[in-house]
Design a protein around this ligand. Structure first.
Ligand SMILES: [Zn+2]
Length: 334
């Protein structure tokens, strides 16, 4: 099925996600923003579940489909927490910054960005997940099986595999290196990455471990050449973004231990560009479950698709000790 099949701007009662466009005057983001503003201490949760875990999509059988016996009439999604938190963050980032949708269209496609925002604003949460799965993920990244009359799509796995890796060239960086030995078999090398995986620096006494780790990823350096039989030195240039500083970056923090995460910087210099902390995704190892935290108008919210009230306003910034990733947006004032 092509992604274009589910962008009808009408009620979608069949998939159980129907809220008529005419019933609403605000976007989902504006609703959340209003709910944050009007909240009282007793009620800190959003009034309607946002992007609940899983999802069921019912295929509307047309007259043609009646002629044969369809293999399945429903699509049910499982273990969607590997994409849910990031989809929520992506929605907040795109809604909060008026220039970002246009800019992100250069990476993810104009049609994708428009549909994504439309489906989120229409509360078509299963459909928006299917848009991501079919438009951005590769088949090998999820399991499918037909069970009774339903096609089951299981997204169990790692959120960096299921989400971060599928952001096209958004965070692509490149670093060149030259060996000083003229006889080196591979004098010039290029090292390209699609994601930003940072490791905790060896020196635990550094003031800002995360900034140091980002600097290490991007900075120029000289190392002994690793080419077999070569005695030269390899000079690495600064790492640069292939298409300029992206509107947001995701730092893969999977390798970090809680004790190294005592300090999370609000501002971060990434390849000479100033970035601002927007949110994080969290990983609970025991339950193998992901959730997310993000800011709206300076207030922190926690999102967990498995909870009934799945979007909660926090009293204070969350303790980000079980990090899977940190998400920073490009600061407008440089
Ligand atoms: Zn060499």
């Amino acid at each position: 099925m092509d992604a274009s099949c589910f962008d009808q701007p009408s009620c979608d009662a069949h998939s159980g996600e129907g809220f008529c466009q005419s019933e609403r005057t605000k976007t989902l983001f504006e609703e959340i923003r209003a709910s944050v503003k009007n909240n009282s201490d007793e009620d800190r949760s959003f009034w309607r579940p946002v992007l609940p875990w899983g999802g069921v999509y019912t295929i509307k059988a047309g007259r043609k489909a009646m002629a044969c016996n369809p293999l399945y009439v429903r699509i049910s999604l499982k273990n969607t927490c590997t994409i849910d938190g990031f989809l929520m963050l992506l929605y907040v980032i795109l809604s909060e910054n008026e220039y970002f949708p246009r800019e992100l269209s250069n990476y993810l496609g104009k049609e994708f960005v428009e549909r994504f925002l439309y489906l989120m604003d229409s509360y078509k949460f299963t459909t928006v997940k299917l848009l991501w799965i079919w438009d951005k993920m590769e088949k090998r990244q999820y399991k499918t099986k037909v069970h009774k009359a339903s096609l089951e799509i299981d997204l169990f796995g790692n959120e960096h595999e299921n989400f971060t890796k599928n952001l096209e060239s958004l965070m692509s960086t490149i670093q060149e290196s030259f060996c000083t030995n003229w006889r080196c078999r591979i004098r010039i090398q290029e090292d390209q990455h699609k994601t930003i995986i940072i490791n905790c620096p060896q020196d635990p006494l550094l003031d800002d471990l995360i900034q140091a780790a980002v600097d290490e990823f991007f900075c120029s350096k000289i190392e002994l050449c690793e080419e077999f039989g070569c005695v030269g030195q390899r000079e690495f240039t600064q790492r640069i973004f292939c298409h300029g500083a992206p509107p947001f970056v995701i730092l893969n923090m999977q390798q970090w231990k809680s004790e190294d995460l005592a300090y999370i910087p609000y501002y971060l210099a990434v390849a000479q560009q100033r970035y601002l902390l927007e949110g994080a995704t969290l990983f609970n190892k025991e339950e193998h479950h992901y959730s997310a935290a993000f800011k709206i108008d300076g207030n922190w919210m926690h999102y967990d698709g498995l909870r009934t009230e799945n979007l909660v306003l926090l009293n204070k910034p969350p303790e980000l000790l079980l990090l899977s990733s940190l998400v920073y947006i490009r600061d407008i004032e440089k």
